[in-house]
Design a binder for this molecule. Structure first.
Ligand SMILES: [Zn+2]
Length: 277
């Protein structure tokens, strides 16, 4: 399992990558998003971005703006958004991004006809996935809550697009009672999971809290995930105070590998720091 962080698009991208490298994150998830990480500026700064990523030996994954519609009721708006998604793919490919995550339609409640919502989503995803695939980049479809898509609807979109998925633990926690959405998603879609997002909440709002600050029973969720998965996990902790992101990283690594192993790794990687503590 590898732990990564995502850039806050309101912060300067190069210093975000530097922060990830300096704090021993094992990969970087680049959200290509307004204002700090627009496709044009990524293309312009491509060499600097690649250099700093490789100086820290950081592999990179991609993420699309969460508010990009994939089933917008106005065709001309959808067409413009597809253009933006393609620009983001074109900015991602030169950085050797091989996987890019997209969200479900966030205005889903506007389209009362759920079959139409599904068919529009499938059409958009197939269109952008074809252009990504032709550049050797795989699109991953991320779960949100039941209002956006039920599990059945999510399954229909995966079937209709042949896409794999990004499993967002915090989003799944907003479905069902007492985190049951996490376990039903895992038992149904485990074979399709190619990437994971982790953050905490109280089951109602998508709060993106540090690990342990919400209601998720991590001592139960992590072993459940581990029984199916051993890949990349991005900590999507949106707290301004970055020490809470670092604390979340330690917690996740300790739950996954055991505290003894994490301490031994720290001793190996940062012997000086350990001595000073
Ligand atoms: Zn997410």
């Amino acid at each position: 399992m590898l732990v990564g962080m995502m850039n806050d698009p309101n912060r300067e991208l190069l210093s975000e990558i530097e922060f990830a490298g300096e704090h021993s994150f094992e990969f970087f998830e680049l959200t290509i998003e307004y204002p700090g990480a627009m496709p044009d500026s990524i293309l312009q700064n491509r060499k600097k971005i690649s250099d700093i990523l490789s100086s820290y030996n950081l592999p990179v994954l991609g993420h699309m703006a969460w508010y990009f519609s994939i089933a917008h009721p106005y065709p001309s708006i959808q067409k413009a958004i597809i253009g933006e998604i393609n620009s983001a793919i074109d900015a991602a490919v030169p950085l050797k991004i091989k996987q890019l995550t997209l969200h479900p339609e966030f205005l889903s409640s506007i389209t009362k006809d759920r079959s139409l919502l599904i068919s529009r989503s499938i059409a958009t995803l197939n269109e952008v996935s074809d252009s990504a695939k032709s550049q050797k980049c795989e699109l991953l479809f991320e779960n949100f809550n039941d209002t956006a898509l039920s599990e059945d609807e999510f399954a229909r979109i995966l079937d209709g697009t042949k896409l794999n998925c990004t499993f967002d633990i915090g989003h799944a926690n907003m479905n069902g009672r007492n985190g049951s959405g996490i376990y039903s998603f895992l038992s149904r879609f485990s074979k399709k999971i190619r990437h994971v997002h982790a953050h905490d909440n109280f089951g109602k709002e998508d709060s993106h809290l540090p690990i342990g600050a919400g209601q998720i029973d991590w001592a139960k969720a992590i072993p459940a995930l581990k029984s199916y998965y051993n890949g990349t996990i991005t900590l999507e902790v949106h707290s301004k105070d970055r020490s809470l992101l670092l604390h979340s990283k330690e917690k996740l690594q300790a739950m996954w590998h055991g505290k003894k192993q994490v301490d031994a790794d720290k001793d190996y990687l940062q012997p000086e720091m350990k001595k000073q503590q």
